[in-house]
Design a protein around this ligand. Sequence first.
Ligand SMILES: [Zn+2]
Length: 217
Amino acid sequence: MSTHHPADDLLLSLAAGSLDRASAIVVSAHLESCTHCCQQLELLEAVGGELLADIEPVDMEIGAFSRTLERLDQPVSVAVAQVPVVRPDLPAGMHWPRSLDGCDITPWKRLGPGMRWSRITVPGDPQANAFLLRMAAGMELAAHTHGGRELTQVLYGAFDDGRDVWRAGDLDDADGEVHHRPVVTAESECICLVALTGGRTRFDGFVARALGAWMGI
Ligand SMILES: [Zn+2]
């Protein structure tokens, strides 16, 4: 059961289809494992419908929530059905979020000892900046803040960035107000799905900064 959830604005823009594709993949991955947020989204849409009904007695958009769920069930449409999908390995028992269906996911690339990443390409959206980060137990990511918005869904394991512990199922929403140094907890390795929008990661150190620039994050 996750304890960190996307804010209402993210849920609503996902439902409205106005969220950028990279962020939508991350928030959708969260919804797949969070009944709380599915219910919250339903509630928000009901409230939104009431408000609309009060001010505008015209045809309302009904069924947005069910359409959102339908969208979550549908892989991103792209003509890859016949091509066998090769994806990087995962720890035993971990499954790919359905929101990544149709995306191209590179093999794990080594960033350093105990640290690997994989670039995610979203079909039809070359600007989408999404990736997976896989770090061994106890590893820490260089301290950084954000030029834009960083959405992180923990898919496996957990990390502690001083603000709190983020476990599998949790979503972190960080921007330029947040300066953190995520450290993977001791129990196991950690895999996160990350989307960046509105600006790059701003690492403190020169080496991390150079590595980040090379990764395009
Ligand atoms: Zn949630």
